[in-house]
Design a protein around this ligand. Sequence first.
Ligand SMILES: Cc1cc2nc3c(=O)[nH]c(=O)nc-3n(C[C@H](O)[C@H](O)[C@H](O)COP(=O)(O)O)c2cc1C
Length: 174
Amino acid sequence: MCKDTNNILALSQRRYSVRNYTSQPVTEEQLQYMLEVARLAPSAVNLQPWSFIVVRERELLDSLSAAYSRDWFKTAPCCIVVCGNHNESWHRRYDGKDHCDIDIAIATEHLALAATELGLGSCWVCNFDADVCKQVLQLPEGVEPIVMLPIGYAAQEAAPEKKRKSFDDVVIWR
Ligand SMILES: Cc1cc2nc3c(=O)[nH]c(=O)nc-3n(C[C@H](O)[C@H](O)[C@H](O)COP(=O)(O)O)c2cc1C
């Protein structure tokens, strides 16, 4: 087994939802790296129905916080809004199931793990007002903001304990 401190297991153990950030900015180089990792994510039928809106301007971040009014959200120096285009995503022939959310989830976790590798923190946010977000970012019809991912350096030192169901509770061997 690979012992690298940045292997996928180590990154998964280290990543946690950061809900308090320092004001230290995320650099252009760091953003380029994370976005490249996300761009390489798999998607159904390789349709890549995503776009990544990188919000760094303080004024726009404040406007965005109207969609998710938590004080901690405003501490992030940057937020990537991961959008899905339902007109571009794969819909399964048998039942019409839209795979957009799945594709966006994979790309978002690529971003989150890449951020962890760079020593940055992030937090998935889905419990936001999508209409407000759409309006603030002036998104075109058919494009849905699915995840907001604030990113930055964690302000607090100690990572919280990982609370997960046990291996045996979730893995079924047949
Ligand atoms: C799809 C999804 C939506 C989430 N939405 C929110 C949210 O709106 N606000 C929030 O504070 N955390 C949100 N989270 C973070 C989860 O609460 C968190 O991942 C979970 O409690 C496990 O904790 P950990 O990320 O620290 O390991 C979301 C996570 C996922 C995967």
